[in-house]
Design a protein around this ligand. Sequence first.
Ligand SMILES: CC(C)(COP(=O)(O)OP(=O)(O)OC[C@H]1O[C@@H](n2cnc3c(N)ncnc32)[C@H](O)[C@@H]1OP(=O)(O)O)[C@@H](O)C(=O)NCCC(=O)NCCS
Length: 216
Amino acid sequence: MTSSSPASSSKRTPVRLRELQATDRAPLEAILRATGSFPENEITVALELIDESLAKTAVKAAPLPDDYRFLVALPARAVVDSAVAEAAVQRTAPVIGYVCWGQNPMSDGVFDLYWIAVDPTLQGGGTGQALMAAAEADVAARGGRMILVETGGKASYAPTRRFYQRIGYVEIARLPDFFRPGDDKVIYARRLDGVALQHRSDESSGSMATEAPRVL
Ligand SMILES: CC(C)(COP(=O)(O)OP(=O)(O)OC[C@H]1O[C@@H](n2cnc3c(N)ncnc32)[C@H](O)[C@@H]1OP(=O)(O)O)[C@@H](O)C(=O)NCCC(=O)NCCS
C-alpha cells in the first residue's frame, strides 16, 4: 500500500468514466503494480479478468447481465468542443484508474467489488470515489441490494480501509490470518436496500460490536 494522502476538496481530479477498451490493459497493469498494494498472484488474476472481458468484447459476445463489469477513469482536463473531439479524448487519454465488480453468483442481489485501483500520483483526488459511485449506481440499477468488499487488515492497508469507511462501507466480518499469519481478510459491506448494517468492529473507536453468541 502506498502512502497516499487523504483527498481534500481542493485536490479534486475531475474525471470522466468510460467502458474498458484494449488499449487500457498496459496502463492498468502499470497502475496495479505502481500502487504497491497487490502481490503478483493478485495482479495476475486482475489481468486475467481484464483479458477475459476484452476477449468477450472483441468477439462482440453479448455480456452476461451480471458478469464482471468494468469502468475506467480518465482525467477530464482536456476541453473538448465536439462529439468527435470527445470521442478522440476518450480513446486516447491515459487511464488513471479502474473498478471491476459483478454479481456474486451464489447470491440473490449481492455484488462483489473485485478490484479498484487509482494511479498513486493521483490518489486522494476523488477518482476512487467517482469509480465507486458509478459501480454502485450500476448495482442499484440491476436491483442489487448489497455490495461486499474484501481487503487486507494489515496496518499498511489502513488508508484503503479508511477510504471504504469514508464512502459508507461498514466492516461486517474479519477472517483472522486469512492472507498469511498476521494478515486478516476484512470484509466491508454497503446495503443499498436501506437495511442498517451492524459494525463488527470500528477501527476509529477500537470498539467491537456486541453480538449474541450463535447457538448451534
Ligand atoms: C483505495 C483507492 C482506490 C482510493 O482511491 P482514491 O482516488 O485515492 O480515493 P478518493 O480520493 O476518491 O477518496 C475518497 C474518500 O476516501 C478518503 N481517503 C482516500 N484516501 C485516503 C487515505 N489515504 N487516508 C485517509 N482517507 C483517504 C478521502 O478522504 C475521501 O473522502 P473525502 O472525499 O471526504 O475527502 C486508491 O487509494 C488506491 O488505488 N489504493 C491502492 C489500491 C487499493 O488499495 N485498492 C483496493 C484494494 S481492496
